[in-house]
Ligand binder design. Structure first.
Ligand SMILES: *Cc1c(COP(=O)(O)O)cnc(C)c1O
Length: 397
């Protein structure tokens, strides 16, 4: 039996929950959505949750709520899944990437502070050499006329970004903080839950995440006005008090259907078990890989008072070759993936913004040496053994 890269963890409880929904006439905007939103909000320590049809949709709506308009700027990380930068482009704003901390792969708060100082110094618009050096190369000659509005950190691999200094920078410059917590349901930073660390947080429930709804996401916030705004935006711009087919603003169809919400609710009733199993699988990997000198295991900082394991990503130290390791694993039927590929080096970002290698050295190094191994809550100890035995057998890669 070959080992899958990832796997959802579904039981009779989830199957029953979905069956119950499809025997009723209410397949969208019903009681399961409401209950699921409440469960996610409570679990992440936020007053409100709003379900949407993907994490990407949730991030897009968070960017709108933050008041990010065309030609504005948002500080974010290039070491992430592409959605965390694309959501800025959906509003025709400009992602300003800053490099990451090597230990965690999360955005470097010192660079966030430096970039915010330089970009905000010009006042209403970005001008001057100090500000321009942070801009994408293709925009430096004629910077867009907007202003810096928000910071969008990502909790990479299930470990929260270092939020306290980021929040201090945000306060200093009156910026919104959007937390991409799509990989971090259940994680804690200094005992505060992921999702609650900024002004708004977003979770995602694709089948490889800690819990799944097939496709889906939930936006969490303490702001009641934003909760109402998100409900309107996901539902074609209709306000709660609008008459049928009266549309107050430009909205979208980002609704989460009842089958997904029911599945998510059943998953949330097992959340502690799911997180504990993932932590167990990570511990099995840690034990078996610790002694291999050319492998660096994931590092969990003391500020991360709970790690929520989303993926298990190792680093292959020179002279080990990642391509060779991947090929040798594949020969044994073991999948693995480079993770993440830096966003600024993706073809669309290169051609639109003029990025090339050398722009963000730490991100690029991590992009070259990081390798995600098979990982899920249903993975057996014998499967971890198989992956680790294959790696141990490669002394000359
Ligand atoms: C999974 C993920 C998302 C959202 O993904 P969807 O497939 O749209 O649900 C966003 N950001 C990060 C970092 C993710 O890992």
């Amino acid at each position: 039996m070959s080992i899958p890269m990832s796997s959802p963890d579904l039981t009779a409880a989830e199957i029953d929950a979905v069956h119950q929904v499809i025997s009723t006439p209410v397949l969208s905007i019903g009681p399961r959505l409401d209950a699921f939103e409440r469960a996610i909000a409570a679990f992440s320590g936020c007053a409100h949750g709003v379900g949407v049809n993907s994490g990407t949709s949730g991030l897009h709506l968070a960017v709108i709520a933050a008041g990010v308009h065309q030609d504005d700027y948002v500080l974010t990380t290039p070491f992430s899944f592409i959605a965390s930068a694309n959501c800025i482009l959906y509003e025709r704003a400009v992602p300003i990437f800053v490099d990451v901390d090597r230990a965690t792969g999360n955005i470097d708060p010192a660079l966030v502070a430096a970039a915010a100082d330089d970009l905000a110094r010009g006042g209403a618009s970005v001008s001057g050499a100090a500000a321009r050096r942070w801009l994408p190369p293709a925009l430096r000659a004629a910077p867009p006329s907007g202003r810096l509005r928000a910071i969008l950190p990502v909790d990479a691999f299930g470990q929260p970004a270092d939020f306290d200094p980021i929040l201090a920078t945000a306060r200093q410059h009156a910026l919104c903080v959007i937390e991409d917590s799509c990989e971090a349901l259940g994680a804690r930073y200094k005992d505060r839950p992921a999702g609650s660390l900024g002004d708004v947080g977003v979770f995602a429930f694709y089948p490889n995440k800690q819990i799944t709804t097939g496709e889906g996401g939930v936006i969490v916030t303490d702001r009641e006005d934003w909760r109402d705004l998100f409900r309107s935006l996901r539902n074609q711009g209709r306000d709660v008090f609008d008459a049928w087919l009266n549309h107050t603003r430009l909205g979208y169809n980002y609704r989460l259907h009842e089958m997904s919400a029911a599945m998510g609710l059943a998953q949330m009733s097992r959340i502690e078990e799911l997180l504990a199993r993932r932590a167990q699988v990570a511990a099995w990997y840690n034990e078996r890989l610790a002694a291999i000198p050319w492998i660096e295991c994931p590092q969990v900082l003391p500020e991360t008072t709970r790690m929520s394991w989303f993926v298990y990503v190792i680093r292959l130290l020179p002279p080990a070759s990642r391509d060779a390791v991947m090929a040798r694993l594949a020969e044994r039927g073991i999948p693995s993936r480079p993770y993440f590929t830096p966003i600024h080096l993706q073809p669309f970002y290169r051609s639109t913004f003029g990025y090339a290698e050398g722009a963000f050295p730490v991100t690029e190094e991590l992009g070259r040496i990081s390798l995600a191994l098979p990982f899920s809550s249903v993975m057996a100890e014998t499967q971890v053994d198989e992956v680790c035995a294959a790696l141990r057998g490669m002394e000359h890669v």
